[in-house]
Write a protein that binds this ligand. Structure first.
Ligand SMILES: Cc1cc2nc3c(=O)[nH]c(=O)nc-3n(C[C@H](O)[C@H](O)[C@H](O)COP(=O)(O)OP(=O)(O)OC[C@H]3O[C@@H](n4cnc5c(N)ncnc54)[C@H](O)[C@@H]3O)c2cc1C
Length: 401
């Protein structure tokens, strides 16, 4: 392939590789630029530190792209129920997929499983090339094509450059697109653990003033945890020996699954809310965390990014079929209109939850405990929340249906 492409995707993470596969098989010439080679092999008994709750809509995208079967062969873990409770009161809600005639609410999947399956799938498409390891160093916007300077391979050009390069997107910075948002003053501590009692294919989440603690069930009996807490407390949790950490975690989970009896390596990620002022520029579009970063409390971040990728692919393929310029603003505007509003609604809802559950003010404590108790007794409301959490709401791209 020459160094002139129709679409260059910067970032071959879960979202960038999804877009690449969605454009696979078309007559668009596509390149994916990724700095770090994906982990493709591991021992069967090891579990990746980072896992994501994947909605039914995202599963549908992976299925339509021909990647879900490979993920399932590695490991995907269904969860059928969710138990959510307030650590500062007695409010609680129980969600059960059976109530909406579904056999599961979603899957917990290791990020490396998603990444490996999509990276492998890219090989099947003659029109897509993965350049890795490779880094975007510079980007120059001209009228017709964008000139990109890569660290190893020098200059390439694109009719459209897509920033799928995460929350600190270089593409976004080069295009001088501003973001709004704020740090949550929380870090998400992640690891894999085993508990005394079985997890019952249920996701468990306790809300505390310092942040939520989630136990996400894996199909080997373990749980992936995300413990959102103050940065100082996260540092303490990382510095503890395994025994002290397991004791702290057992206590924080109120021993719902008994004691924590095994733990893997720990990591922590700073949490922030960040939203790009615009998702599009001159022959340029942003998707995934490059466009929006949200609190992981409802496990929606990558799911929103996958919908961005599916929507952008649909807009581009439709425009290309009609002979339109895929980098034209009026074409890209359709993508922005489609996704920005939905993403903003989800971000605002996550902020509301975070504020409500982070508050020690008595009226808010009362409100959330009553709110949880009332929600638990209102099946129509609970069913709507479940359908939202499964990604079945909103204007879904064809790949997600
Ligand atoms: C603790 C925690 C738990 C989470 N849990 C969930 C969950 O359960 N469900 C969910 O939906 N979401 C979850 N999220 C959010 C989710 O992890 C992110 O939304 C998702 O990883 C974003 O994917 P992405 O591909 O957009 O960006 P990234 O994963 O950041 O990928 C960007 C890629 O671009 C590459 N890159 C960057 N710069 C360059 C460059 N200059 N040149 C070349 N390559 C470059 C990077 O190497 C990387 O591979 C969680 C987040 C956190 C922090």
């Amino acid at each position: 392939m020459s160094a002139d492409y129709d679409v260059v995707i910067i970032g071959g993470g879960m979202v960038g590789t999804t877009l690449a596969c969605a454009l696979g098989g078309s007559d668009l010439k596509v390149a994916v630029i990724e700095a770090r080679p994906a982990e493709m092999e591991w021992t069967e008994d090891s579990i990746g530190m980072r896992c994501s709750a994947i909605t039914a809509a995202s599963q549908q995208i992976f299925t339509n792209l021909g990647a879900w079967r490979a993920m399932a062969a590695m490991r995907v873990s269904p969860f059928r129920e969710m138990q959510v409770w307030d650590g500062e009161g007695n409010g609680a809600v129980h969600f059960d997929s059976a109530d909406i005639a579904q056999d599961k609410l979603g899957h917990i999947v290791e990020n490396r499983v998603i990444q490996a399956a999509l990276t492998k799938r890219i090989d099947d498409f003659d029109n897509v090339v993965l350049l890795c390891p490779e880094m975007l160093e510079d980007q120059e916007n001209s009228c017709e094509r964008i000139k990109l300077t890569l660290k190893e391979r020098g200059e390439i050009t694109a009719r459209l450059v897509v920033g799928a390069d995460g929350a600190n997107s270089r593409v976004r910075q080069h295009a001088a697109i501003e973001t709004n948002g704020w740090p949550y003053n929380q870090s998400g501590v992640v690891t894999t653990i085993r508990t005394e009692l079985p997890h019952q294919e249920t996701a468990w989440q306790r809300f505390m003033p310092t942040g939520p603690l989630a136990f996400l069930p894996l199909n080997n009996g373990c749980c992936s945890i995300v413990w959102s807490t103050t940065p100082a407390h996260a540092d303490e949790l990382l510095a503890m020996d395994d025994e002290a950490f397991m004791k702290a975690l057992s206590l924080a989970s109120e021993h719902r699954l008994g004691n924590v009896i095994e733990t893997g390596p720990r990591g922590a990620f700073p949490l922030k809310r960040q939203h790009a002022e615009t998702y599009i520029g001159n022959h340029l579009a942003l998707i995934g965390d490059a466009a929006h970063a949200i609190h992981p409390l409802a496990g929606q971040g990558v799911n929103l990014g996958l919908l961005d990728a599916a929507a952008l692919a649909e807009v581009l393929l439709d425009a290309h079929a009609k002979g339109k310029d895929i980098g034209a603003t009026h074409v890209l505007r359709r993508y922005e209109r489609w996704r920005k509003g939905d993403n903003l609604i989800m971000m605002t809802a996550m902020d509301g939850f975070k504020k409500l559950f982070g508050s020690e003010a008595l009226p808010l404590k009362w409100l959330r405990n009553e709110g949880l108790a009332i929600t638990d007794k209102l099946p129509p409301l609970k069913n709507q929340i479940m359908l939202h959490a499964m990604g079945y709401k909103g204007d879904l791209p064809a790949l997600a249906r």
